[in-house]
Unconditional design. Structure first.
Length: 247
């Protein structure tokens, strides 16, 4: 799995995500990709998808991607044969509303109780942000968006920690067991000590669903035409939860 994190001073750069995506494809395919050759479409819920050309015409793309941005960073996640959702947020993001009141409106009962049990307001705010981006990453991976998969219909929680000390992140459906599934894996981590990032991707269908297989994650920091470096395994990427193997 490839995750491209791009710092930028502006959120209004509509052409840049296409360029970054082309750079990622270039890394994967080991040959130059012309951004102008890329074609995209939207699914019925509005999620962009890559149009894949074959000898017989268009066919489902083996490459899946998702993009998220804040005021100071844009992240693009790319996987092969597995749907992906990604969400990023500044660690210091201020919550204008009362956190618990907001959580009661959008979160499941378990998640509200989890936040209510935290007495330290700063820790509570950080937990809220992490929960929010995990839920965002999940509905984006589903390709349905907030309206088709309301946040209240599923619960994100951490499972028992592994021998390595990392806890597994799991999703549990409350109202729609048919439309939502637990066949997903999550990664939650810090980027450059300034942002939280959450990644959700479908588990390998060829493996046993019950197996605890780490998410293989390659993280690159890119400033177009200026810098492109791999930061996996450095202090710039710190795992918080989820079975993650940085490569």
């Amino acid at each position: 799995m490839f995750c491209l994190c791009v710092e930028t001073s502006s959120r209004k750069e509509p052409c840049l995500p296409v360029l970054w995506f082309a750079l990622l494809l270039q890394d994967i395919n080991n040959h130059v990709v012309d951004p102008r050759s890329l074609k995209f479409k939207k699914n019925i819920h509005g999620k962009p998808e890559l149009v894949w050309e074959s000898d017989d015409g268009q066919c489902p793309s083996p490459l899946h991607f998702n993009i998220s941005h804040t005021s100071s960073l844009i992240a693009c996640g790319v996987t092969v044969n597995s749907p992906i959702g990604i969400d990023v947020e500044e660690k210091q993001r201020k919550i204008k509303n009362n956190i618990l009141a907001f959580a009661r409106r959008y979160f499941s009962l378990y998640e509200v109780e989890h936040l209510s049990a935290i007495s330290d307001s700063e820790v509570q705010r950080q937990e809220f942000v992490k929960l929010w981006i995990l839920k965002e990453a999940y509905v984006k991976a589903l390709g349905r968006g907030f309206s088709a998969a309301p946040f209240k219909t599923f619960t994100i929680r951490e499972k028992d920690a592994t021998n390595s000390g990392a806890s597994e992140v799991v999703v549990e459906s409350s109202d729609h067991p048919v439309s939502l599934t637990n066949n997903w894996q999550f990664g939650l981590f810090e980027l450059a000590s300034s942002h939280y990032a959450a990644v959700c991707m479908e588990k390998d269908k060829t493996s046993d669903v019950a197996m605890r297989v780490p998410m293989r994650l390659t993280v690159r920091k890119t400033i177009p035409f200026v810098e492109d470096i791999c930061i996996s395994g450095t202090d710039a990427v710190v795992g918080i939860a989820g079975l993650i193997k940085q490569v």
